[in-house]
Design a protein around this ligand. Sequence first.
Ligand SMILES: *[C@@H]1O[C@H](CO)[C@@H](O)[C@H](O)[C@H]1NC(C)=O
Ligand SMILES: *[C@@H]1O[C@H](CO)[C@@H](O)[C@H](O)[C@H]1NC(C)=O
Ligand SMILES: *[C@@H]1O[C@H](CO)[C@@H](O)[C@H](O)[C@H]1NC(C)=O
Ligand SMILES: *[C@@H]1O[C@H](CO)[C@@H](O)[C@H](O)[C@H]1NC(C)=O
Ligand SMILES: *[C@@H]1O[C@H](CO)[C@@H](O)[C@H](O)[C@H]1NC(C)=O
Ligand SMILES: *[C@@H]1O[C@H](CO)[C@@H](O)[C@H](O)[C@H]1NC(C)=O
Ligand SMILES: *[C@@H]1O[C@H](CO)[C@@H](O)[C@H](O)[C@H]1NC(C)=O
Ligand SMILES: *[C@@H]1O[C@H](CO)[C@@H](O)[C@H](O)[C@H]1NC(C)=O
Ligand SMILES: *[C@@H]1O[C@H](CO)[C@@H](O)[C@H](O)[C@H]1NC(C)=O
Ligand SMILES: *[C@@H]1O[C@H](CO)[C@@H](O)[C@H](O)[C@H]1NC(C)=O
Ligand SMILES: *[C@@H]1O[C@H](CO)[C@@H](O)[C@H](O)[C@H]1NC(C)=O
Length: 469
Amino acid sequence: MAVFLRALTLLTLTAIITISWIIVTKQRYNLLPKYVYYQMSNMTTTKGTGSNRIIETAQPFTSFVQDAETCPNLSNVYNVSEIYLAFDNWHTVIDDLLYVYSAHVDPRHKDNSIIRIIGIISRHQLETTSPVYYCQMYFDGSENVSVIESVIYTIGEHRKPKFRMIELACNVSRDPWSLPPMLVSITTQTCAEPNNHLAVRQSYKNGFKTNFTLCLDGVLKHGTTKSSLIVEWIELNMLLGAEHIFVYNLSGSALLDPYLNYYERKGQLTILPWNIPIQFNEDLDEFGHDFHLVWNYAQTTAQNDCLYRNLFVARHLAYLDFDEFIIPQEVDVWNWNDMMEHAKHNCTNRPGSYVARNAFFLTNEINDSNVDEFNLTTALHTTMNDRLKKPGFRSKHILIPEHVRHVNIHYVEEYYDKSYSTCVVLPSVGHLHHYREFTKKGSKHTNLSALKYKPYLIRQIHHVYDEIK
Ligand SMILES: *[C@@H]1O[C@H](CO)[C@@H](O)[C@H](O)[C@H]1NC(C)=O
Ligand SMILES: *[C@@H]1O[C@H](CO)[C@@H](O)[C@H](O)[C@H]1NC(C)=O
Ligand SMILES: *[C@@H]1O[C@H](CO)[C@@H](O)[C@H](O)[C@H]1NC(C)=O
Ligand SMILES: *[C@@H]1O[C@H](CO)[C@@H](O)[C@H](O)[C@H]1NC(C)=O
Ligand SMILES: *[C@@H]1O[C@H](CO)[C@@H](O)[C@H](O)[C@H]1NC(C)=O
Ligand SMILES: *[C@@H]1O[C@H](CO)[C@@H](O)[C@H](O)[C@H]1NC(C)=O
Ligand SMILES: *[C@@H]1O[C@H](CO)[C@@H](O)[C@H](O)[C@H]1NC(C)=O
Ligand SMILES: *[C@@H]1O[C@H](CO)[C@@H](O)[C@H](O)[C@H]1NC(C)=O
Ligand SMILES: *[C@@H]1O[C@H](CO)[C@@H](O)[C@H](O)[C@H]1NC(C)=O
Ligand SMILES: *[C@@H]1O[C@H](CO)[C@@H](O)[C@H](O)[C@H]1NC(C)=O
Ligand SMILES: *[C@@H]1O[C@H](CO)[C@@H](O)[C@H](O)[C@H]1NC(C)=O
């Protein structure tokens, strides 16, 4: 009897520990949003794709801006050439306090659309003064300027640098499909003369353009000079499914220009200048991260810009750095699309993103049998560290933009709709190959899953080099 009771207690304890472990890990792995700001519109249940979907549920157009003030003394003085200049540039709102980069229409809320302005703000100011900023909105064909108070949302948090990455959100007309403003300016007083003008992007209007778009995770810095790695990265990602690539360029080396310009000319790559008006010291630490000012040159800001730029434009967005590849592992799984099809079966939820766990591939170990004229990173290094990191730790992902509210470096920070969450791809189906020098002790093994692309890659790279010559 005593033995039975002891066994029962042990069993109960094990059960409790297992259940609480499941709860804890599930919470961490699902990475559910902390807050949901807006109700999801009914768009997924209506017929049609892309832009057509929302037209069906949109409210009749009533006014330009709800509850907005107007500034009769500010007139719509901006003409098209100036608007053009306003695209894709950092603007100083207040020196040393607030900088903004881009403005996007988010049409996902059915009662009103929202202009989301991506930027960075002084942490000190944000935390000590609850600052108020206004969106002054300039419409095509109207002399009036509409002003509305913005709501500040913070994005990501890495250590505690001087600037925080933020989004300023401003409500605009009830009907997202008719006449959003052409320009928005951020000011500290309702009718103050603005010193910044952002063209409002309406990327969604033309409908889906790609199944997979890739955003460079991080910004391009002068330290990256190995053009062969960049070409391999672009070509392998295109084999895996990427149809377009976005690169945010802080201080890219001239050595890469011919290659990046080549892909840009072919319409496969967009280079966005990342001329952030802060004095960085790129050589400050071993990673080249001047994180005392803003984490990794406002990396998360660029990521969220890429998200909103591709909302209803890309069906999926992958985020990867130059030394990272999301590689399908099973023999019959060739690209990201196949990989996600496999992964879906193992999701307990509606996937809003697919997380690929991190495996380090040791660049200090060279597989001599794969040495050749190109010395492909993904062929030369076939030894991986046995331990995959947990999801959320160094993991990278492919997400479905329309379900995502904010993206962070290693996972989706917040979903737009709570019913979507993160699906972790089983390592046997696919995982992240992260190539880096790794001299720490630890068991390791050979993983040849990237080799299946080698012959195709070699052929492609030959072609690219011939064309660039
Ligand atoms: C969504 O829209 C459909 C069709 O218009 C309607 O029948 C349904 O009740 C709506 N569902 C919700 C939750 O609003
Ligand atoms: C607009 O300008 C006029 C003339 O300069 C001035 O009288 C008026 O007070 C101004 N209105 C506002 C709201 O600033
Ligand atoms: C538009 O702006 C440009 C540049 O500021 C200026 O040269 C031009 O005269 C303006 N055109 C009109 C019609 O205002
Ligand atoms: C501009 O605002 C004034 C005063 O609020 C209003 O009378 C006028 O109709 C508006 N004009 C346009 C083009 O919206
Ligand atoms: C937009 O308006 C809605 C009500 O229509 C409100 O609930 C929401 O908080 C507003 N959002 C912003 C960013 O102002
Ligand atoms: C996206 O994928 C579907 C199905 O695989 C395909 O039919 C379609 O052509 C693709 N779209 C683009 C823009 O490549
Ligand atoms: C990236 O930015 C640097 C610094 O502004 C510039 O010299 C370089 O030409 C840019 N590269 C591309 C491909 O645009
Ligand atoms: C993953 O899905 C496959 C096929 O549906 C199933 O056989 C397998 O047991 C699943 N594995 C896990 C860990 O859920
Ligand atoms: C390829 O790598 C091997 C081993 O590191 C090296 O000996 C060889 O010179 C490299 N070849 C080229 C073309 O870079
Ligand atoms: C590569 O490693 C992963 C994870 O350990 C494993 O699931 C997969 O089967 C391996 N593939 C090959 C071809 O070695
Ligand atoms: C090196 O690559 C070859 C395939 O080219 C493979 O057969 C071999 O197992 C690899 N060796 C090591 C040590 O990873």
